[in-house]
Design a protein around this ligand. Structure first.
Ligand code: KG4
Ligand code: ZN
Length: 367
């Protein structure tokens, strides 16, 4: 079947087409096209996302993005009859943003008389590691899936930081999460304190890459690793952001500017160390076959490298998965995949309920 995916939960408008089938051996998946319009430039000057501006941009762009994705895949031909399922993010996210994608999806499902399934955005991130690059085919056999699960997933995005235990492809449970800021949010707020641009993750990573550990003249004090040793799988990042603020106030603006690479490096290290500590605590007690990284922060190269190093250091012979970079941050192809996986296993009654009338956005949807 061909699934049309729609994603507008935050500040990315994305439309994608995914070819997906289930046969007796497993799943065949092939991303056909994935168009994303980022609103970074619009929100940059505010240092974060302004929900009403995000909504307005989604409204302005969504049909054009759909046209762009459709032309890439189907040319100028009418493609309505090729679509078998529409999958749209229904939550969690900013309600003014979610409503745009949900209503666009409802209009298409109504006009074309197609089934429509609402997708939990976090499930999209969770499954994103399964996706091959755009236009590449992948056969995911049931035998392969057996070797992947059970797994532990660290989902790190702008809105969420969660440790999830996946018994199998469909059964999962959140075992720990942040008590305040998400890891991505911490990168974004830290960048703002350092006078770097939004989104903060890539800006801090770029600055940190300029730092050389042997540069002793750039030595700064160590930042805290909040809750790293607490006896649970939860995180807390708001104290780290405050520690960075106090440190920059102590240094003053000139020194802060001079020490920018060192500050960005230490801040990134503090976030990565904290994530590693809790994730490995979960790995050691849950004994999974795989470790999965997901969400926008999983695009961070230092994070990926340090997780791999830690697996080696601890001599843990488990699989390591992270999404293709193009699918780490928000995109509609992961939404199409999550929609497909949920739809193909749904009962006939549930499939009949997958109608435009039954889809509602839910800003606080849980995993
Ligand atoms: O998953 P995502 O695109 O949106 C949400 O669902 O929230 O994640 C966005 C977050 C932002 O906070 C951004 O700063 C962070 O992901 N991010 C990164 C990197 N690229 C994006 N954080 C660290 N390093 C990166 N390279
Ligand atoms: Zn996301």
């Amino acid at each position: 079947m061909i699934v049309l995916g729609i994603e507008t939960s935050c500040d990315e408008t994305s439309i994608a087409f995914l070819k997906a089938e289930k046969n007796k051996n497993g799943f065949f998946i092939m991303p056909l096209g994935n168009a994303v319009a980022s609103q970074i430039k619009i929100h940059n000057r505010y240092g974060g996302i302004v929900p009403m501006l995000a909504s307005r941009e989604h409204v302005k762009n969504i049909a054009f993005i759909a046209q762009k994705a459709a032309e890439e895949v189907f040319g100028k031909k009418n493609f309505a009859e090729k679509i078998n399922l529409i999958a749209a993010t229904k939550g969690p996210g900013l309600i003014p943003s979610l409503l745009v994608g949900v209503n666009f999806a409802k209009a298409l499902a109504f006009g074309w008389n197609k089934p429509l399934i609402g997708v939990n955005h976090l499930e999209g991130h969770l499954y994103s590691f399964l996706l091959p690059k755009n236009k590449e085919k992948k056969l995911l056999s049931f035998a392969q899936l057996k070797k992947i699960f059970p797994a532990v997933c660290l989902l790190v995005s702008g809105g969420h930081t969660q440790l999830i235990y996946l018994e199998n492809l469909y059964k999962f449970k959140v075992i720990g999460e942040t008590r305040d800021d998400a890891a991505g949010e911490c990168f974004d707020k830290g960048a703002r304190i350092l006078g770097l641009s939004y989104p903060g993750g890539p800006a801090i990573a770029n600055e940190a890459a300029k730092y050389r550990i042997q540069d002793t003249e750039y030595k700064i004090q160590r930042l805290p690793r909040p809750m790293a040793d607490s006896d649970n799988y939860d995180f807390s990042f708001s104290g780290l952001k405050t520690a960075l603020l106090y440190l920059t106030q102590k240094l003053g603006s000139q020194k802060t500017k001079k020490l920018l690479p060192a500050l960005a490096f230490e801040f990134q290290e503090a976030i990565v160390d904290t994530l590693i500590k809790k994730t490995f605590k979960a790995i050691k007690t849950k004994n999974p076959k795989s470790l999965i990284l997901a969400g926008g922060v999983s695009a961070n190269q230092q994070l990926r490298n340090k997780f791999k190093e830690e697996l080696k250091k601890e001599n843990l012979k488990i699989n390591f998965f992270a999404p293709e970079l193009e699918y780490a941050t928000d995109n509609a192809i992961m939404i199409a995949l999550a929609g497909f996986l949920n739809y193909e296993r749904a009962s006939e009654a549930r499939k009949r309920r997958s109608k435009w009338k039954n889809l509602k956005a839910d800003a606080n949807l849980k995993l």
